[in-house]
Design a protein around this ligand. Structure first.
Ligand code: URA
Length: 435
């Protein structure tokens, strides 16, 4: 069938055959699909959607469009964890060593941050010496030896997704459930783990702004994972305020170290434990959630989760003296407290705006080529539901220039919404999708 006929069929709302979807991906990869046809096809999908079978076929075709990791040499049930991206999301830095200390092997590929959300790879690179580009052989042997490795995603993992994503970005076709789900899951399935735990963020600082949308995306991804033969579960977690206390690269690493010592912020730890419990369940290292929680609390209090993190940093070339003495991390030159100009209760924090403020301080990338400043960021002192008086500190800014600081102060004040009435806290775990 000619590509134009496939586009026509989708435009008319008909379901495509597996061969037609495969043909689109094959011609995309061999270079014969012109951009104008890809963009017309994507727009037809946005208006007409893809059914469950079409979405699974597209995901598998994208998964197989490049390299796929073979992790069969790693013993045990390898569990991957993926977050759909949030502000202050340092969960991987805590949950991965935590479950690895409890015998769940974690072989994780991660990306860099773009836009208002940070990337785990950037955060880890704030540890002097830490290597994210490790060979497949070293990656596999590290997981076998100590249960956890984390590497930068190889450039040839799901290349069809890379091309499609770049086109979606410039043709207003990003926000379509099947396209988002197939994009995320094609990369997860190509990464080779046996089971996948998804953290679908929901709220102002996330891709999915409301819980209905987030649930529908999570259900689609869980079906795709299970349909491709990998046990997949998803949690929908709250992103209506930054996660934890700090936003910014080395500040978040320091916060993760504190959490591994048992001093994590309560709401952040709720997310860590909920995801960790799912990882222990699918990794068959706990039979019930109660058992999982009990094991995780023990691994934090007896120091084994922290020791696992240290071993991981050492194995990937990082200087562990920074992990043992976090005060060694370089600091931003300027530290500035943003004071509240009104009294009441914090009703809402514009989370995406907080992520963008940290990005403009130099802590994130507006374009892929930007070099980030690992020292800048923000401490969130008041969170949703907290009482606040005029003159009290809402947030602390860490910056390297006065100009940036001035702009950031106004942005923080605009991000905080203070109400006269008492505000209920929103739960952190909004839903759990297991099939
Ligand atoms: N992350 C991805 O990898 N793809 C999407 O489409 C959205 C978020």
């Amino acid at each position: 069938m000619r590509i134009v006929d496939i586009i026509e069929k989708k435009k008319n709302g008909e379901a495509l055959t597996d061969n037609e979807i495969q043909e689109m991906i094959t011609s995309l990869i061999d270079g014969s699909l012109p951009d104008y046809q890809l963009s017309a096809f994507l727009m037809a999908v946005v208006f007409q959607g893809l059914n469950e079978r079409e979405t699974l076929t597209l995901t598998k075709a994208m998964r197989d469009s490049g390299d796929t990791m073979d992790l069969s040499k790693i013993k045990g049930i390898k569990v991957d964890k993926h977050s759909s991206g949030g502000v202050g999301d340092k969960t991987t830095l805590v949950v991965a060593p935590l479950v690895a200390a409890l015998n769940v092997p974690v072989a994780k590929m991660s990306g860099r941050g773009l836009g208002h959300t940070g990337g785990t790879i950037d955060k880890l690179e704030s540890i002097p010496g830490f290597q994210v580009n490790i060979s497949e052989e070293d990656f596999i042997s590290q997981v076998n030896r100590m249960g956890f490795a984390l590497a930068s995603q190889t450039s040839n993992l799901a290349p069809a997704d890379k091309k499609i994503y770049a086109m979606r970005d410039v043709t207003a076709t990003v926000q379509q459930r099947s396209l988002i789900a197939s994009s995320i899951m094609s990369k997860k399935l190509a990464s080779g783990s046996d089971a996948i735990v998804l953290d679908v963020k929901c709220g102002d600082g996330a891709f999915m702004k409301d819980v209905k949308e987030a649930r529908s995306l999570a259900e689609t991804m869980v079906k795709l994972g299970n349909g491709a033969g990998k046990e997949t579960v998803a949690l929908i977690t709250n992103m209506d305020e930054p996660l934890g206390t700090y936003v910014g690269n080395n500040l978040e690493v320091i916060e993760a170290i504190e959490a591994l010592h048992g001093h994590g912020e309560k709401r952040f730890m709720e997310v860590v434990y909920a995801l960790g419990a799912q990882m222990l369940l699918v990794g068959k290292q706990a039979k019930t959630k109660e058992e999982a929680y009990e094991k995780m609390h023990r691994a934090i209090s007896d120091g084994s989760a922290f020791e696992k993190f240290k071993e991981f940093v050492r194995s990937q070339g990082g200087d562990i003296s920074y992990i043992e003495n976090p005060e060694k991390f370089p600091k931003a030159k300027l530290v500035y407290e943003v004071k509240s100009i009104s009294s009441g209760y914090v009703k809402k924090i514009d989370t995406e705006a907080v992520g963008e403020t940290v990005m403009r301080l130099g802590g994130g990338r507006a374009t892929k080529e930007d070099v980030i400043d690992l020292t800048v960021g923000m401490k969130i002192c008041k969170k949703v539901g907290d009482a606040v008086s005029t003159g009290e500190t809402l947030a602390v800014l860490y910056a390297n220039t006065k100009e940036q600081l001035k702009a950031a102060e106004q942005e923080v004040l605009a991000s905080y919404h203070i109400s006269n009435e008492k505000v209920e806290c929103i739960p952190m775990i909004l839903d759990e999708i297991t099939e």
